[in-house]
Every structure is written in structure tokens, then in C-alpha cells.
Ligand binder design. Structure first.
Ligand code: ME8
Length: 516
């Protein structure tokens, strides 16, 4: 298929604050988006993947000051650490979006002006509560109050009382449009519980107009005509998703036209705590500017440790760099996608990581492949050709290969990542059982029968490796050499003749056991 006929898929992660080092939660989120990108690529989509850093705002200004640095210098150093982390974790992306990029800043200025022109923004006074850490305005009714001090209801960060001149966006004008839109577009917000909560907490409570500028600090994009005002960091940050593609009101760049305006699927992966910004403000901003909306906002849960939520005070924040000293990044990524249900909070521990690696990759998948390849090498020097034999066990096993792939796709197309990986493991377990049932080691004198079994196993291993490649491409590369093939293609899974002319190479242990 020519490139121009392919469907497009654009997926983004949140752009992370460079006010601290990235932890395992950021690695988790970026992995999910990266795996979905890899899946769509194997499904023959034309894909783009964005990650980046959210570099303006009061929090960053404060952090830079604490470090005796100019904010720009501070974010340059911090952002470089992100880039190094993604290199180490072998996560490749198409865009690394930085809100301090000149192109982004110009677009945000234009957007603000456009909203002013459209009379959707007006000047007034803001009086209320603000969390610098979350860069979020909080209603007094929603804040937690202890001894005259207010706290954020979810993150529990301290809130400041802010009273200052501010520009406001007429968000309330759009709340019934939003409710209508989300309820008509069933897959716009996943999971649905997120929408229910937002509706109860904000939309049913009269959405208040949103303060979109601050005057008490400097670090951000200034309002051109009124430069004491700095544009609210979330208005600035959200637009990175299209500024990186080259959005402009007139003459947008090709990437914007191709992957957004005329694009097929646009997915924002976010943590659940930032769903208010992505599921309420973002669609409203876009709609107000007559810009197309993304197709899906996929909110994931948090990684927690066996002792509960990670926090600096508990000292249980997991640094991905420490893990990467001990484990290949693909082992960690495999754990994230195969053991954590993205729409819930999930526990990570090194113990669970090792158990998963040994049970799934070493003992189930690795063992299946080793047994298959070794038996082939022991008994055949020529290719083993597929024969369609009318035998229930063989037929069922071939059907299982086809069915597992169908289920895997169905799950991934609906972002049920954990379930899709269960399809792979289930197939591997069943193929191991098939070996136990057929006992090929007893068939050395019946090479015809043996070749039928081993060919089915080869086809099964192929399907497993094709499916698992979206999370561990480097391990799968090693199997390409063993299987003597260039690619594990999805298109070839159902073609059982693919090994008819191939002599596989000697077996090699790819997943070797980790000692605990
Ligand atoms: O919110 N478990 O940036 P941020 C899983 N700059 N994921 C986690 C996590 C955890 N324990 N902790 C963080 C921001 N994350 C804004 C985003 S987008 C226009 C602006 C992940 O550095 C999760 O995806 O605080 C969460 O939403 C994101 O990191 C927040 O990163």
C-alpha cells in the first residue's frame, strides 16, 4: 500500500513538567503510548508519536530560583535528562515538544489573540484558590480545609489564595455543547468513569469561567497587548499537541493537515489526574476555535508501590534509572503492559517484575520456542512444509493461533492492552500443552507426523513473536535470526505455508533466567 493510502494514527503522552526528575510513572505512561504506536505501525497505519516537556509556569519559575538558575537554563538541563531517559529506555518518538520553542510560543500568542477577537476572553478579577504544584484553580467547595489552610482534594498539595487581575475564558458558554458532544461520541473519553466524575464535579456544578492569565510571576508566554499578563500554563501546554505538528490558522504545515485535520485517529494518553484539563478545557478550546477534536482521550491509572502511592516524604519514589541499571528496558515495559490494567491503579515492585519475566518470558514463551527449534534441528535438515491434516487437535491448534490474533487485535483496538497480552500468553500456554499432548519426542520414527506438529508449532511461535514485538522489538530481533526470517508480519500469521522454504537456525537462549 502506498504511504498516502494508509490510515493515520497520532498518539501523544502528557508533556511532563521538567521541575523534577521523571519517575517510573512517567516511564509507564510513555511506554503505553509507545506500544500503541508500535501496534498501529504493524497494522500498517502511518503513525506519529509525540512526547515532550511542559516548561512554563509558576512551579518551574520557583524551582529555577531554588536552584539559582535562569528558568530557560534550568529547563534546558532538566529536559535534556528526559531525552537521555527516553534514549536509555529505547523509546523512540517523532516529536519532542517543548513549550519554550519559538514556534509554539508564536502559536499560543495567536490563539490568545484569536480568542480575544472572538470575544471569548474578557478581563476581570480572580479571587480564589490555586495549587502551584498542580497549576490548577480549585473551588473553595472542593478544597480540603484543615486549620484555615486549604489543600488540593486529590494531590493534597497546599493551596494559595490568589487575588489578582486576570483574563477569563467564557468556558461556561460551552458546557452544554461539551456534554452533548461527549455523550454522542461514545469513545471520546475512556474509561467512562472519568467522564461521570467530571460531570458530577464540574459540569453539573455550573462550570465557572476559566482564569487564563496570571500576573504574579514572569515565566511564560506573555499576552502581546498586555504583557504583565502571562498566559495560563495549561492553555499554553495543551496547544503543544497541535503546535508540534505545525498548526497555524493560515497555511498550517503538512503534518498538521495530514495527522490532525484530515487524520483518522488522534489519541491523547493522559494520567487520570489531568483529565479535567484534557476532557473539559481542551475540547472546548478547540471547538471555540473551530479546530477538529481528537478522537480519544485515554486516561490511565497510577503506578503505586506495595506500600501505596509514591511520594518523596515516604521515600518510595522509583527512579527508572536505578531499574535500568539492573534490567533491560524491554522487561520493564513488558511488565507494564502485560500486568497492569491501564484504567486502574496498579502495583509495581521488583519482585513482581522478576516473577513476571521468569514465568512469562522465560518459562512459557522462551521455553516453547526453545523446545520447538531444538526438536526441528534434531530431526530435520530441510524445510518442513505445512500439510493440511484433518485431525481435531491439529485443526483446533491452528484455529487457536488465528483466534488468538483476532482477539489480540480486538482488545488493542479498544485499548484493552492487558487483555491483549493475555491472548499471547494464553496461546503460548496452549502450545506448550499441545507439545505435552502430542509428545513429539516419541515420533522420531514417524517424521511425517512429526513435521506436521513442528510446523504448527513454528507457526504458533511466529504468531506469538509478531504480537509481542510491539513491546520487545530487540528481543524479537534476536528471534528473527533464529527463525531465519526478516520480519514477523501480522499479515503472515494466517499463512501457514510461510516456513515451507525456510531452514531455521540453531537455537539460542534469548530469555535467560534471572536469579532472585
Ligand atoms: O501533569 N503512575 O505533567 P507531570 C502513572 N505537565 N503515571 C504517572 C504517575 C504515576 N504514579 N505519575 C505521573 C503534567 N504519571 C503536565 C501535563 S499535558 C498538556 C501537560 C504520568 O510531569 C501520568 O501520565 O505532572 C500523568 O498524567 C503525567 O505523568 C503527569 O506528568
Amino acid at each position: 500500500m502506498s504511504n498516502t493510502n494508509k490510515k493515520t494514527f497520532y498518539i501523544t503522552t502528557p508533556i511532563y513538567y521538567p521541575s523534577g526528575n521523571l519517575h517510573i510513572g512517567h516511564f509507564y505512561a510513555t511506554t503505553i503510548a509507545w506500544v500503541l504506536k508500535n501496534y498501529k505501525k504493524k497494522m500498517n497505519y502511518d503513525v506519529k508519536f509525540l512526547t515532550g516537556s511542559d516548561e512554563h509556569g509558576q512551579k518551574i519559575e520557583k524551582k529555577a530560583k531554588e536552584n539559582n538558575m535562569e528558568p530557560q537554563n534550568y529547563v534546558d538541563i532538566q529536559t535534556d535528562k528526559f531525552i537521555q531517559l527516553w534514549k536509555k529506555t529505547k523509546i523512540d518518538y517523532d516529536f519532542f515538544s517543548r513549550t519554550t520553542n519559538i514556534q509554539h510560543k508564536e502559536i499560543v500568542e495567536k490563539i490568545f489573540n484569536k480568542l480575544l477577537e472572538k470575544q471569548l476572553i474578557y478581563k476581570d478579577k480572580y479571587k480564589g484558590l490555586y495549587s502551584i504544584n498542580d497549576e490548577e484553580f480549585i473551588l473553595e467547595t472542593q478544597a480540603i480545609k484543615i486549620d484555615d489552610q486549604y489543600y488540593h482534594p486529590v494531590s493534597k498539595h497546599k493551596l494559595e489564595i490568589v487575588e489578582e487581575e486576570s483574563y477569563f475564558f467564557k468556558i461556561s458558554k460551552f458546557s452544554s455543547w461539551l456534554v452533548d458532544y461527549v455523550e454522542k461520541n461514545n469513545n471520546f473519553i475512556i474509561p467512562k468513569t472519568i467522564w461521570k466524575e467530571l460531570k458530577n464535579n464540574f459540569l453539573n456544578n455550573n462550570l465557572e469561567d476559566l482564569s487564563v492569565t496570571r500576573i504574579s510571576f514572569e515565566w511564560g508566554i506573555k499576552v502581546k497587548k498586555d504583557p504583565k499578563h502571562v498566559i495560563y500554563v495549561w492553555l499554553d501546554a495543551l496547544f503543544n499537541y497541535i503546535s508540534a505538528l505545525g498548526f497555524d490558522f493560515e497555511n498550517p504545515k503538512n503534518d498538521f493537515v495530514k495527522y490532525w485535520k484530515n487524520g483518522d485517529e488522534i489519541v491523547h494518553l493522559i494520567g487520570k489526574e489531568i483529565s479535567r484539563f484534557h476532557c473539559i478545557y481542551w475540547p472546548i478550546f478547540l471547538h471555540a476555535l473551530d479546530i477538529k477534536l481528537p478522537t480519544t482521550i485515554l486516561a490511565h491509572g497510577w503506578i503505586i508501590t506495595p506500600e501505596g502511592k509514591m511520594s518523596k516524604s515516604k521515600g518510595n519514589v522509583i527512579n527508572p534509572l536505578d531499574l535500568l541499571e539492573k534490567y533491560d528496558s524491554e522487561i520493564i515495559k513488558y511488565f507494564f503492559v502485560s500486568k497492569l490494567n491501564i484504567v486502574k491503579d496498579g502495583i509495581f515492585s521488583e519482585k513482581l517484575l522478576l516473577e513476571t519475566y521468569n514465568a512469562d518470558l522465560v518459562n512459557t514463551i522462551g521455553n516453547l520456542i526453545s523446545r520447538t527449534i531444538s526438536m526441528i534441528k534434531q530431526n530435520f535438515s530441510k524445510p518442513i512444509v505445512f500439510k493440511d491434516i484433518d485431525d481435531d487437535l491439529n485443526k483446533n491448534t491452528l484455529n487457536l493461533i488465528v483466534k488468538s490474533f483476532e482477539n489480540y487485535k480486538e482488545n488493542l483496538d479498544n485499548f484493552r492492552i492487558l487483555e491483549s497480552f493475555e491472548c499471547i500468553l494464553n496461546l503460548a500456554r496452549n502450545l506448550n500443552k499441545y507439545i505435552d499432548l502430542t509428545m513429539p519426542w516419541k515420533l522420531k520414527d514417524d517424521l511425517d507426523k512429526l513435521s506436521i506438529i513442528l510446523n504448527i508449532l513454528l507457526n504458533g511461535c511466529y504468531a506469538i513473536l509478531a504480537m509481542i514485538e510491539i513491546v520487545c522489538p530487540d528481543y524479537v530481533k534476536e528471534f528473527k535470526q533464529i527463525f531465519n526470517i526478516n520480519e514477523f508480519d501480522f499479515e503472515q500469521i494466517n499463512n501457514f505455508h510461510k516456513f515451507d522454504n525456510i531452514v531455521v537456525n540453531e537455537n539460542k537462549i534469548v530469555f535467560s533466567k534471572f536469579k532472585q
